[in-house]
Design a protein around this ligand. Structure first.
Ligand code: HEM
Length: 481
């Protein structure tokens, strides 16, 4: 048989030893980004794993991430077919898990215009004002009783209510997903999306394993519960029932009725459900997770908390509402949020990409059909990029222009390239507004008997990574108002 001359042979990509059938699956552990980080310290920033039958390359440095997401974006901007995602997205009819095709391109354009534009997001401000008012009133009550507030739940409830009203035009209370159920549903959905499912990796018999481990059952339950929620939303949007401006759901339902073609597809109910899933899962949890991690870091770093509150209080003074112009001036707040994303990127391995044309990274050839993960969590802790990487030190962003908008490969919390998160502005402004409001109105103390070392920073597994234990802090009303 023909053999390539030695000098033209591909260098094999460094790879940990593997077992038959499962390959390297056993090395992943529960917190995959951490296991992969440890492996990359030994095997380098371009590392090949065999996850069952699927060749998977993990990139763990800003330089290798740049080569993939910038220099070769077009060669790797598709998504692999995944069993869990397929069910939750009605056969990949959503934006996040759709392969790279005309439907995805048109859908992204449509959502950019109708949902993610600065104009749309500014139009949601009255909703945010109203919802934050309720949150502040409820925290004030806890403050007067000296009771701790569960900030994990508070942030989730805030983003749920804002997103539901803004994007879905309905009040979340009273829908089939009451708060606590919603919380569990979102975590389960992300866990099923984040677990490496045997169906994807082991041919023919993998699905039996997923039945056995209960993953399939959990997945079916997530799909069923979410479906009931979308159906209720559609009922609430029935013609004639509502007045006022057309919201995002009204618009999608109108497109369905008019037989609108998006790329190659006639928009159907299932397409709409899949798109709503993206907003529900993509838009709510990530922002809430960011705020919870930020407050946890602030609780552990009283110096940073004080400095940030001084900035916020001198900017806001006695204003009744916090505007976009206000948060835009809060330079230290922006640094605190970036530092939070460096250490706690909500989606630590981004969403997986699939290679559609062969290309090279660091001289290694990445073949077609390879699955690609960028370990953003590892990049945020890379000692070659960051001095004292484990330290929470927002001032590190003072002397550089690094931001998270996809141009700086050291900070990739939203990804980069064609698949970059379309909700950057929506997410960033929500996080800025939520944190500024709570830090303006209250000082935050640790519950009685706790010291800063007791704030637990352990992570919970999933496609998005949240803080494992809930964050409880005691609010003290800021009286200088
Ligand atoms: C702090 C907030 C957020 C973070 C950290 C975040 C993070 C991410 C990341 C890492 C990706 C994958 C990028 C890649 O594969 O390269 C992504 C994709 C996506 N995000 Fe976000 N996100 C946030 C907020 C939002 C919001 C508010 C929405 C919508 C309401 C949203 C909707 C989406 C969608 C639809 C995609 C899929 C894009 C595609 O594949 O074309 N995200 N996000």
């Amino acid at each position: 048989a023909f053999k390539r001359p030695k000098r033209l042979q591909h260098r094999p990509i460094p790879s940990p030893p593997r077992w038959p059938i499962i390959g390297n699956l056993h090395q992943l552990g529960e917190l995959q980004h951490q296991s992969l980080w440890n492996l990359s310290k030994k095997y380098g920033p371009v590392m090949l794993l065999k996850l069952g039958k699927v060749p998977t390359v993990i990139l763990s440095s800003s330089e290798t991430a740049r080569q993939a997401l910038k220099d070769n974006d077009l060669n790797c901007c598709s998504r692999p077919p995944l069993a869990g995602a397929r069910e939750l997205s009605y056969n990949n009819k959503d934006m996040s898990f759709s392969p790279y095709n005309d439907y995805w391109k048109e859908l992204r354009k449509l959502c950019a215009r109708e949902l993610f534009s600065a104009k749309q997001i500014h139009s949601f401000q009255p909703i945010k004002d109203e919802e934050i008012k309720k949150v502040i009133a409820s925290i004030s009550e806890s403050a007067s009783l000296n009771h701790p507030v569960n900030l994990t739940k508070t942030f989730l409830a805030l983003t749920v209510s804002v997103v539901c009203k803004a994007a879905f035009g309905v009040s979340f209370e009273g829908t089939v997903l009451s708060n606590d159920r919603f919380n569990k549903l979102v975590r389960d959905a992300f866990e099923t999306l984040g677990s490496f499912s045997a169906t994807d990796f082991i041919p023919h018999v993998g699905w039996i394993i997923d039945q056995f481990t209960g993953l399939q059952k959990m997945r079916e339950k997530s799909v069923r519960d979410l479906d009931a929620f979308y159906e209720q939303l559609f009922d609430l949007h029935k013609e004639g029932d509502r007045q006022g401006r057309e919201d995002f759901v009204d618009m999608l339902l109108r497109f369905e009725k008019e037989g609108t073609v998006v790329g190659t597809d006639n928009l159907t109910r299932n397409h709409i459900k899949a798109i709503l899933m993206n907003i529900l899962l993509g838009g709510i949890d990530t922002s809430a997770i960011t705020m919870t991690w930020a407050m946890s870091e602030l609780a552990r770093n009283p110096r940073v908390m004080k400095k940030l509150q001084t900035e916020i209080r001198s900017q806001i003074k006695n204003k009744e509402r916090i505007s976009f112009d206000d948060t835009d001036q809060l330079k230290y707040l922006k640094m605190v949020i970036k530092e939070t994303w460096r250490l706690h990127p909500p989606t630590p391995l981004l969403l997986p990409r699939e290679v559609t044309s062969e290309f090279d990274i660091d001289g290694y050839t990445i073949p077609v059909k390879t699955r690609l993960h960028v370990n953003v969590w590892a990049i945020g802790r890379d000692p070659d990029t960051w001095k004292d990487p484990e330290m929470f030190f927002p001032e590190r962003f003072m002397d550089n222009n690094i931001d998270a908008k996809g141009q700086n490969f050291e900070l990739l919390s939203f990804g980069s390239g064609r698949r970059i998160c379309p909700g950057i502005y929506m997410g960033t402004t929500s996080v800025e507004f939520g944190l500024a409001s709570l830090l303006y109105h209250f000082d935050w103390e640790l519950p009685e008997g706790m010291v800063v070392e007791d704030v637990d920073m352990e992570e919970a597994p999933g496609l998005t990574v949240s803080k494992k234990s809930e964050l409880l802090l005691v609010p003290v009303k800021y009286l200088d108002q």
